[in-house]
Ligand binder design. Structure first.
Ligand code: FAD
Length: 427
């Protein structure tokens, strides 16, 4: 499947197809007041880049500024393949030249301060950017207080690899350095977290690497959840492909990690202690810190939004999209961030023109890869229902008993999805 305008296909809990949003974006009549408007977008990942582009493409006269500290964005989708040695990191990396060429002012600094009253964003060097509407798409930060012993320094020994880049390569290096017969532990936090199925995909692909290169080794999943998405499909694939190599300790078996000791490499759970050769510790998460600075995050650390406009319920004039927002039934994914970015652009165009925003319908499918040429998928539809997005009828999932040809076709679809979504944001 490939991405289409009205019913795009995504890899992971994708949320797309915004027919209403597309219709709104296509409208030609834009008032002069709206043309002069300034929209600042903070965060040039999947959500922010898609949103900035959709805004500028709707109305070239709109002053769109994208604030992002990194000159190169490193994408998380398919980074598990990098960890497993199946792919180079360069295929994950994208610049912002195309966005700048479209007339978006790209500022390579971090947003440091937001004054919601004055409607300004200040960056690290003190420069201030006024806005009529602000979009925050800062992704996640880690909730270190939620995992005693773990912090930035600990992540150099026990990498999370939950933001792609140096951490991805560090985990890869540790796996390469490990002796055959070693134990790789993956600590998985409770939801909400970025991309809920990705840790299980990671366990699968690490097992694929170990089976070929270090077959006496094991993967141990220490899980703060009892159940997870597409569990039957994952477990069936593990049995079929990796036998006893992957073991999972669920929440009710004492699998939740309660603390770590990076000096000894120890992981402490409710059941016991583990000293793996490689510790991939994925800590609990919250919205990127700038959302809290803006006053858009609540006590959970995430940002409640209006489902139709994606405007913050706490900070008027500020919209929050992607992983940082509380999207109800929509899982945190690149697909969701991209689709929300486009829906948000449509809502902003309408709001600036004094029109009522339209209610979007978001549709998509997600892929999980457990080995080369072996993927399965989950499709879902989401609509605002009351205060939040809810999954509505029409979702599908890959069959449990399917020929390998279908799994191979879905793996090819997953690759096409990646090409499309990255081209959509950065290409
Ligand atoms: P991001 O894409 O993380 O972008 C946030 C941006 O904000 C960053 O560039 C950051 O530098 C910037 N930023 C942060 N703070 C500031 C600031 N103060 N000022 C300016 N800029 C700032 N999703 C899928 O759909 N399919 C998949 O197959 C998939 N696989 C995944 C595999 C793994 C291992 C992981 C970890 C995630 C995966 N995801 C997948 C999830 C996906 O990567 C995220 O959901 C997605 O990137 C969220 O987009 P975002 O725009 O919210 O945040």
């Amino acid at each position: 499947m490939t991405l289409m305008t009205t019913r795009p296909v995504t890899r992971r809990n994708a949320v797309v197809g915004i027919a209403a949003a597309a219709a709104a974006l296509a409208r030609p009549s834009i008032s002069r007041a709206q043309s002069a408007a300034r929209v600042v977008v903070v965060g040039g990942g999947f959500g922010g880049a898609a949103c900035a582009r959709a805004l500028k493409r709707t109305n070239a006269a709109l002053q769109v500024t994208l604030i992002e500290p990194n000159k190169i964005f490193t994408a998380c989708p398919f980074s598990n393949e990098v960890i497993a040695g199946l792919r180079g990191i360069e295929l994950q990396q994208f610049g912002y030249d195309r966005l700048a060429a479209e007339g978006i002012a790209v500022i390579h600094q971090a947003a440091a301060k937001i004054d919601a009253q004055q409607r300004t964003v200040a960056v690290a060097d003190g420069t201030s950017f006024p806005y009529n509407r602000l979009v925050l798409s800062p992704g996640i930060d880690f909730h270190f207080e939620g995992l005693p012993g773990y912090d930035e320094a600990a992540s150099e020994k026990m990498p999370h690899a939950w933001k792609a880049g140096a951490q991805t390569l560090l985990l890869r290096k540790q796996l390469e350095a490990m002796e055959d017969g070693g134990l790789v532990a993956i600590a998985i936090p409770a939801n909400p977290s970025r991309c809920p199925p990705a840790p299980y995909e990671r366990a699968s692909l690490i097992a694929h690497y170990l089976k070929a290169k270090k077959p006496r080794s094991k993967v141990l999943i220490l899980d703060a959840k009892d159940n997870f998405t597409q569990q039957r499909l994952f477990e069936q694939a593990w049995k079929e492909l990796y036998g006893e190599m992957i073991e999972r300790v669920a929440l009710s078996q004492g699998g939740r990690v309660t603390s770590v000791d990076p000096s000894t490499g120890t992981i402490v759970t409710e059941f016991g202690n583990y000293s793996p050769e490689v510790a991939n510790v994925i800590p609990p998460q919250r919205a990127g810190r700038i959302a809290e600075i803006a006053g858009a995050a609540d006590a959970t650390g995430w940002c409640p939004i209006d489902a139709v406009t994606l405007e913050s319920k706490l900070a008027p004039g500020i919209h929050v999209i992607g992983d940082a927002c509380l999207g109800g039934g929509i899982p945190k994914s690149a697909s969701a961030a991209s689709a929300q970015g486009k829906a948000c652009a449509a809502a902003i165009v309408n709001l600036l023109a004094g029109r009522a925003p339209e209610s979007p319908r978001l549709t998509g499918v997600c892929y999980n890869t457990v080995a080369p040429a072996y993927s399965f998928s989950l499709a879902g539809n989401y609509q605002p229902k009351g205060e939040i997005y809810a999954e509505v009828e029409g979702g599908t999932t890959s069959p449990i008993d399917a020929p390998r040809e279908l799994r191979a076709r879905e793996a090819a679809d997953a690759e096409r999805w990646y090409q499309t979504i990255t081209a959509d944001s950065f290409g």
